[in-house]
Write a protein that binds this ligand. Structure first.
Ligand code: ZN
Length: 272
């Protein structure tokens, strides 16, 4: 199947995993074009994608960061972003669940990070060697603003933190108490497993990138031992809420002129 041209994409995470996205939003602005299709990439067969129109604008989306059994997570990201590069994607919204390191954050609170620390050991997570990627201001200010407006509109009762540092680990296991303490000392507010390498790959293909994350548990050693049943409940019940935020944020972006400086943070490599 040929990769369609599109400038907008959504990468789903644990919040939208349990719902049929984007149909669950029940919006007459959404028109499904193709469902559950995959593409061939130099890094192997891509995860399944859905293509839909939102207000007649084509959108590419895939579930759970492309993670699937038998495929290395970093490889899954390379497959997704190769497809995005070929499609011409310029705006990527993502979501996921995170553990709270900062004691101000509690389950079901929302955070739109402004920075990250990569504690993963993944290497060779580029598509090419053509660019110097500057990770100053890694998350697009315009996309973060759109997510903020949409979250305030659809989930006004929730605590929304519009800044924060996301610490990224390899997974799939969660972290130890000692690791969380180290991350806290380093300035991290939440911990998750999906921002890296996506944030590098987005910059490499010249796309803006930002995400909204729901607190799904306390990180180990923070406040109290987290509860599996509460964790499971959030996983299965919050999908439609986050889906609506993502679709509304995309709708904002379709009609607003961008002012971000993301394009200036990708430069031609000097290592030739
Ligand atoms: Zn941007």
């Amino acid at each position: 199947m040929n990769i369609p041209n599109a400038e907008y994409a959504i990468i789903g995470g644990s919040s939208t995993f349990a719902v049929d996205f984007p149909e669950c939003c029940l919006s007459d602005q959404i028109e499904i074009i193709n469902k559950n299709i995959f593409f061939s990439t130099p890094f192997g067969q891509s995860p399944l994608f859905t293509i839909f129109n939102l207000s007649k604008e084509p959108i590419l989306t895939c579930k759970m960061h492309g993670w699937r059994r038998g495929v290395d997570r970093a490889l899954a990201s390379k497959q997704i972003f190769w497809v995005f590069k070929e499609a011409g994607i310029k705006n990527i919204l993502v979501e996921g669940g995170v553990g709270s390191i900062n004691t101000l954050f509690h389950p079901k609170d929302l955070i739109i990070p402004h920075d990250y620390i990569d504690f993963s050991s993944r290497r060779s997570v580029n598509l090419t060697e053509d660019y110097l990627l500057i990770m100053r201001d890694p998350f697009c200010s315009d996309l973060r603003n759109a997510l903020k407006k949409s979250a305030q509109k659809f989930l006004p009762e929730r605590n929304l933190f519009t800044e924060g540092v996301y610490s990224n680990t390899d997974g799939r296991h969660f972290e130890s108490r000692a690791e969380i303490k180290m991350m806290s000392i380093c300035g991290a507010n939440v911990v998750g497993q999906s921002i890296c390498p996506e944030v590098y790959l987005a910059r490499e293909i010249g796309s803006c990138y930002a995400g909204i994350y729901m607190i799904v548990n306390y990180a180990e050693g923070v406040i109290k031992d987290w509860d599996y049943d509460e964790f499971k409940n959030i996983f299965t019940t919050e999908g439609v809420n986050i889906a609506r935020v993502l679709i509304d944020a995309l709708n904002i972006l379709l009609y607003e002129k961008k002012h971000c400086k993301c394009q200036e943070l990708r430069r031609i490599t000097l290592l030739k």
